[in-house]
Write a protein that binds this ligand. Structure first.
Ligand code: SF4
Length: 348
């Protein structure tokens, strides 16, 4: 049985070198070659001692998921469907912003949270992804973009904090300055509100930003939209956000708010949101719902979105409307995977 190299942190690479009987310093060469420059051919790393190369050839494997579908939007958004070794497929998305490329990473195959606006939720959870499978998504993104990915957001398929250990391992690998070298300020982990795991992130000082998918201003609505709210209601969640901000030296938390027509987009909602966020160091992203076939919600009108944002801005809350990217492709989370599965089924 071999060890999967892409799931190892620097300290574990050092252990590997010691087991091979060579100096720990060679771990840095592996970090630079594999993790920074996407080199999967270990034998080609000339600076490694022969003894280490032979050891790696025998004891280590490097994951290379197959890209089974690819889509490109008119706005530059690219979506990849990647097949892991067990045949399970996950999506990763590359989103072109003004001068910077952001990659959205999946952390699970499917998801158990059951948000009622989310296509991924309809299939339930199949399994957690490993840290190596998350690293492999970044490598696929870097390969297709010629190493241009600057920001990572853990907002793809899955609830990252339901897969805490592997996600934490991935974040540490991504933030290693000698390896993938993403600035911790450019890695954002988004949760639907797993309160105990937010405290764990705090204690572990996980090198990334926190985003919370709030999507409602009352427990009654949030229970319907994000069922996990019944376990961790809004008061507990907002307390955790407050504690996180304080513990991290007033580091801003991003609040995501998917706007659902007639559900959470009223002026009263906007005012309640102001009350919830008053005095907290939060930035809010307003995300008009991105409909998909069979969705039970609709997107609010532009007028409604603007009026909602204006209430927040007047209350001096930083609020940005994020237009859905890649509208001409299967942009909703889980949509490409669903469409490919449907096509395969109709072809048999
Ligand atoms: S929105 Fe995120 S947490 Fe909610 S069901 Fe979808 S993937 Fe899971």
């Amino acid at each position: 049985m071999t060890t999967e190299l892409l799931g190892l942190q620097h300290t574990q690479l050092i252990e590997l070198c010691l087991q091979a009987g060579v100096k720990p310093v060679h771990a840095e060469k592996i970090l630079a070659s594999v993790f920074r420059y996407n080199n999967r051919d270990l034998a080609s790393i000339k600076e490694l001692p022969l003894q280490l190369s032979a050891y790696l050839a025998e004891h280590v494997s490097i994951l290379q998921p197959q890209c089974t579908a690819k889509q490109q939007s008119e706005d530059g958004t690219r979506k990849l469907l990647l097949k892991m070794n067990d045949g399970k497929e996950v999506e990763t998305v590359l989103i072109q912003g003004s001068g910077r490329l952001t990659q959205c990473i999946s952390t699970q195959v499917g998801c158990a949270v059951g948000c009622t606006f989310c296509l991924t939720a309809t299939a339930g959870l199949t399994r957690n992804l490993t840290a190596a499978e998350m690293v492999a998504q970044v490598m696929a993104g870097q390969e297709i973009s010629h190493r241009n990915v600057r920001n990572l957001v853990l907002m793809g398929m899955g609830e990252p904090l339901h897969n805490y250990d592997e996600v934490a391992q991935f974040v540490r690998i991504a933030a290693d300055p000698k390896g993938m070298a993403f600035s911790p300020n450019r890695i954002t982990l988004s949760t639907s509100g797993m309160v105990p795991a937010i405290y764990r992130m705090m204690e572990d000082k996980l090198p990334c930003n926190l985003a919370v998918s709030l999507n409602a201003t009352t427990d009654e609505v949030r229970n319907r939209v994000i069922p996990i709210n019944r376990k961790y209601p809004m008061a507990e969640l907002m307390q955790a956000v407050n504690d996180y901000i304080k513990a991290r030296g007033n580091k801003r938390v991003l609040i995501e708010y998917v706007m659902l027509a007639g559900v959470n987009d009223s002026i009263e909602d906007a005012k309640r949101l102001c009350d919830l966020l008053a005095g907290l160091g939060c930035t809010i992203n307003l995300l008009p719902f991105n409909p998909y076939p069979g969705a039970v919600y609709e997107s609010p009108s532009d007028v409604t979105v603007t009026a909602f944002r204006d209430v927040l801005v007047t209350a001096k809350i930083i609020a940005v409307v994020r237009e859905s990217r890649g509208r001409d492709i299967s942009a909703a989370c889980g949509q490409l995977k669903t469409e490919v599965a449907r096509r395969r089924q109709s072809a048999t």
